[in-house]
Design a protein around this ligand. Structure first.
Ligand code: SF4
Ligand code: SF4
Length: 289
């Protein structure tokens, strides 16, 4: 992509897609490109679809990509990776996290949502997209200290495809993420940039389903303002407000790990940790080569 090209960044609300797109644009501008960016985040409530078109080159007239024209699709969520694959040009690159975020109303029984959600079939993807770089970015970032730095892992991978100096990328990351998270985001970026990712063709069938262990619900009372959103939207009625109007887990054993509360909380007061599934662990192992 020396002369320029087009990128499509996709994910769901709350994942930081727009922030990541702005960061890529900053790096490209620092690398000497003309850049045009367009985004749709009208459904920006957490969980809604968010995408950003980004075109760059010596001179760019329009920001919009047409289907089949993107040099790379960068997907921060697995279902969105599949949704937007048609925008990839033949020979293009898919950079995708295998994290799956179930849409709020998509499953009647959220305890079995993963049975109805698109599986991470690396073999099938390899047949469609020979250059597919799949990674459990959230798990990798979590192992570095903060799962919220997952986007930087993907941007690190993307950076290897663009002719932009590493310093420009790192400056864009440092300027574009919240100040307290600069260090972990830079570490995540470097892992993505230098880590050896397994080729997509090395997929093997997933292990049979195993009983799902109960996720952990971590609530930071100091950040909770008692807005009640998580309580009202939890499909399993796991949460309640206590006498101090702070959210508490009253039925944690019913939690399915859907992360709806975490995604909807306006103050980032909830963190759900789902025990790794066999498939997740396999993806993480593959990521680290
Ligand atoms: S959504 Fe967040 S701020 Fe609102 S009650 Fe729940 S934890 Fe507290
Ligand atoms: S507590 Fe949160 S993660 Fe667990 S079922 Fe309720 S909304 Fe989903």
């Amino acid at each position: 992509m020396a002369e320029g090209g087009g990128l499509l960044l996709v994910g769901v609300g709350g994942q930081g897609v727009i922030m990541a797109s702005g960061l890529v644009a900053s790096a490209l501008i620092a690398g000497g490109y003309d850049v045009k960016q367009s985004e749709v985040h009208g459904m920006a409530q957490r969980g809604g679809v968010v995408f950003s078109h980004l075109r760059f080159g010596p001179e760019v007239a329009s920001p919009l990509l047409s289907p089949g024209s993107a040099d790379a699709v960068v997907a921060f969520e697995w279902g969105e990776a599949l949704r937007w694959l048609s925008y990839l040009r033949p020979g293009g690159t898919l950079v995708a996290s295998v994290e799956r975020i179930v849409p709020p109303a998509s499953c009647a029984d959220r305890r079995t949502w993963d049975l109805g959600y698109p599986a991470v079939d690396r073999g099938a993807i390899a047949a469609w997209v020979p250059d597919a770089r799949l990674v459990d970015a959230r798990a990798v970032a979590g192992s570095l200290g903060n799962a919220r730095a997952a986007n930087s892992v993907l941007l690190g991978i993307l950076s290897t495809m663009l002719e932009v100096p590493e310093e420009a990328w790192e400056a864009a990351v440092a300027a574009g993420v919240p100040p307290r998270t600069v260090d972990v985001n830079l570490r995540a970026f470097r892992v993505g940039r230098t880590g050896g990712l397994a080729p997509a063709g090395t997929w093997s069938p997933p292990a049979p389903p195993v009983p799902r262990p109960v996720p952990s619900i971590e609530i930071t009372p100091a950040w909770c303002k008692g807005c009640d959103v998580c309580v009202r939207f939890c499909p399993e009625r796991c949460l309640a407000l206590d006498g101090d109007l702070k959210a508490v887990a009253v039925q944690p054993s019913l939690c399915t790990g859907c992360r709806l509360c975490e995604l909807l909380c306006p103050d980032f007061a909830i963190e759900i940790t789902r025990p790794a599934l066999p498939e997740d662990r396999a993806a993480e192992v593959a990521t680290r080569g």
